[in-house]
Design a protein around this ligand. Sequence first.
Ligand code: UD1
Length: 337
Amino acid sequence: MESKKVLVSGGAGFIGSHVANYLADQGNKVVVFDNFVGGKDNLKYFGDEIEVFEGDMTDRNACKKALNKVDAVFCLGAHAAEGQSVFIPIFNAETNLMGSITLLTESINAGIKDFVFTSTIAAYGKPEKLPIREDAPLMPEDPYGVTKMAFEHYLRVYYELEKINPYIVRFFNVYGPRQRMDDPYRGVVPIFINKCFKGENPIIFGDGLQKRAFTYISDIVEPICSIVGKKKLINNPVNIGAEKAWTVKELAEKIIEKTGSKVEIEHVDKRTSDVKVVYADVSKAKKLLDYEAKVGFDEGIEKTIEWAKGEGIKDFKYMDYFEIPKMAHGIYKTKDI
Ligand code: UD1
């Protein structure tokens, strides 16, 4: 992408902050747009080259102001918690769907064409065939996946109306430095690392044989930042992530070993709507985005633990807000993670 002014919504978040840094390093003028619900920790990675604009994606006026003179939008602002979304469907829809629609609306009003959206492998739901190709049916199993899928359709509609050039990336289970360690509802990698640091047993939902394609952050940042201008990927969703999947049990064992922690795995009931095995075909990304996984699982986990050591032990921050309390896993209510 030639040098542009780009807006990164959710730019203070885990993936968003890496994307903001990368785009700035490429010589773009970057505006980070965030409501800081996820905290301000990642602002420490930004220098003067990145403008930070505080605002909420659901606020039309804030979107309008933040989009001033912007050439391209990276829509990464979301509450990325699949398991939690089943018991907070309203919050999930307001943040992930209404927020994205508002940003899209004001982008169109501002005449912005290039709009990059981070969708998810969760949009496929329980796969009919593995690895999942992009043309597989979208049948999400939780509200988080539903809102991501729905917004993909909004983008398609406005593309067909010739208002926007959507670039849709479907990420898998991304992990690495800057992912929140204090959030008990999402991000199994930092949760397990934090538990090991505390000397507490990591808790697995179900038998632990559910498989996820854990993908190290740097492997997805480069392809997403180079997507704008790739004509073949306009309105053509692309999977990006690791080709190999690991069980959650293998992950827990790996983190216990690499942190040298004397803890043991504990099992509790399965999480609601937890897809068993999910990984996807990435041949389209390899062909059209030169995607290549460079960081292996062991190396990625080691790098994440090294970063986490610098952060230190964190207290988990629980919510006392349950829209459908009976759908929340007991462990969230008893605050036992
Ligand atoms: C993650 C992403 C989401 C993405 C999706 C694709 C995060 C924060 N969210 O959701 O944006 O769209 O992948 O699949 O990365 N688990 C435990 N114990 C725990 C926590 C989790 O056993 O303490 C298990 C869960 O039941 C699940 C797996 O680990 O099977 C992964 O959970 P999690 O890291 O929360 O991610 P997803 O829900 O898959």
